[in-house]
Write a protein that binds this ligand. Structure first.
Ligand code: GDP
Ligand code: MG
Length: 439
């Protein structure tokens, strides 16, 4: 999914301006990418509609570039789709807090019960694991092994008692042994069926769990979503644990579950090891799905750090092609305040292409410092009117900046190239179009 989306956006990013049809094209690709990633069809349809509407309605003037704006909107909406904020476990006022783990066979209930126990133990809780899967051979042993590794007690009564009786007895045991959290590992089936649901309902009504957590395998994609719907209808789940996310390259389940069931994903399993459990953060997942990693936070950083007024002023100058070395210096300084330069340059519209034009001034701090030194050695007059830079002025500047005339010439050449590029980007008059209220 990431690759596909990145592809769609890279087309956008390398464009200097956006038209309504650009947005439509990109959104068509986003739609295809989401569908291929096994995201629920209705979810995709609604998503694309929302993003498109927002793109057209948003006041793009305030952001640095329309392309970043679209990416940001997609990211925002992906985050919203997954519930916006992190959902935590609800603890009972009167301990013990009872957490019931449900799900199909092989989804990862037993493993996740242990992981969750370990997670809560680290937070100072005293969990108890309860073995209620009396059907699968070795299920009890499996939980005991997990408990031993984590040094968490496991309550079991073999496989001769009913799961309801085991669950009930475990609560009494927890109370008399000061356990404040009880995690009940239940049996699963290969498919959702009545007998399983009835058993789970019986446990539910006899111990009244604070939390019913549904464990689903993210690698099953759309099936995971259907399973979530069935369990939610039957039991009224409180949240979902999405396992095997380490092996899920598509992200379809993560994206659809919340929208379809209206229940939050609370944790994700990131591997087989017992500490591979993480709280689920919708914003991080959105970024992961977008495949941009820290790219998105860089966009935000850029938006925060850039002086908006200055940026606007600069944009006006760029539009009139009046940018001079002074503006260039300001821009370099602003960019330098932000961090990794090559990444940031990619965020500036068209800079991807410009980077190759600008050759060696872009990627490392040393070059930028040298460029700054050269500009700083120019007089104000020279910075504002680069055309007056003749041979003797260049020689003086080179001496002043500890460089040589070739360096100065190279910078001037790059600067002129850049202005030419700028002119190309700006000649379409995109800002005018934006202001009229549409791409
Ligand atoms: P249960 O039948 O629902 O109790 O599932 P288990 O807990 O027995 O897990 C089934 C298999 O999935 C085991 O081999 C686990 O190691 C594996 N598993 C569980 N969670 C994860 C995860 O987050 N990542 C990976 N890679 N494997 C997992
Ligand atoms: Mg199990």
């Amino acid at each position: 999914l990431s690759d596909k989306l990145q592809n769609a956006f890279s087309k956008l990013r390398s464009k200097g301006k956006l038209t309504e049809s650009d947005v439509k094209t990109v959104m068509r690709e986003v739609k295809m990418a989401l569908l291929e990633a096994d995201v629920n069809y209705k979810v995709v349809k609604d998503f694309v509609k929302t993003v498109q509407e927002r793109c057209v309605g948003e006041d793009v003037m305030k952001s640095l570039t329309p392309a970043q704006m679209v990416i940001k909107i997609v990211n925002d909406e992906l985050t919203k789709l997954m519930g916006d904020v992190q959902s935590k476990i609800t603890f009972s006022q009167q301990p013990p807090t009872i957490i019931m783990m449900v799900g199909l066979q092989g989804a990862g209930k037993t493993t996740t019960s242990g992981k969750l126990g370990g997670y809560l133990k680290k937070q100072g809780k005293l969990p108890l694991l309860v073995a209620c899967d009396i059907y699968r051979p070795a299920a009890i042993t499996q939980l005991k092994v997990v408990g031993e590794k984590l040094e968490i007690p496991v309550f079991e009564m073999g496989d001769k008692q009913s799961p309801v009786n085991i669950a009930k007895a475990s609560i009494e045991f927890a109370k008399s042994n000061k356990h404040d959290v009880v995690i009940i590992d239940t049996a699963g089936r290969l498919h959702v069926d009545e007998i399983l649901m009835q058993e789970l309902k019986d446990i539910q009504s006899s111990v009244k769990p604070q939390e019913i957590l549904l464990v689903v395998d993210s690698m099953t994609g759309q099936d995971a979503v259907n399973v979530s719907e069935s369990f939610n209808e039957a039991l009224g789940i409180d949240g979902v644990v999405l396992t095997k996310l380490d092996g899920d390259t598509r992200g379809g389940a993560a994206l659809s579950i919340r929208a379809v069931t209206n229940k939050p994903i609370k944790f994700v399993g990131m591997g087989e090891k017992l500490d591979n459990l993480e709280p689920f953060y919708p914003d991080r997942m959105a970024s992961r799905i977008l495949g941009m990693g820290d790219m998105l936070s860089l966009i935000e950083k850029a938006q925060d750090a850039m002086d908006m007024e200055k940026a606007k002023e600069l944009e006006l100058k760029m539009r009139k092609n009046e940018m001079d070395f002074e503006d260039f210096l300001t821009q370099l300084e602003q960019i330098q305040n932000l961090g990794p330069l090559d990444k940031l340059l990619e965020l500036v519209p068209g800079m991807g292409a410009m980077k190759s034009q600008m050759g060696n001034i872009d990627t490392n701090g040393k070059e930028v410092n040298r460029t700054k030194a050269i500009i700083q050695s120019m007089t104000i007059e020279e910075r504002r009117n680069p055309q007056i830079l003749n041979a003797s002025r260049k020689k003086r500047i080179a001496r002043g900046s500890g460089t040589n005339v070739q360096d100065v010439n190279r910078l001037i050449k790059q600067f002129n190239e850049m202005k030419k590029m700028m002119k190309m980007f700006q000649s379409g008059g995109m800002m005018g179009k934006m202001k009229k209220g549409g791409f």
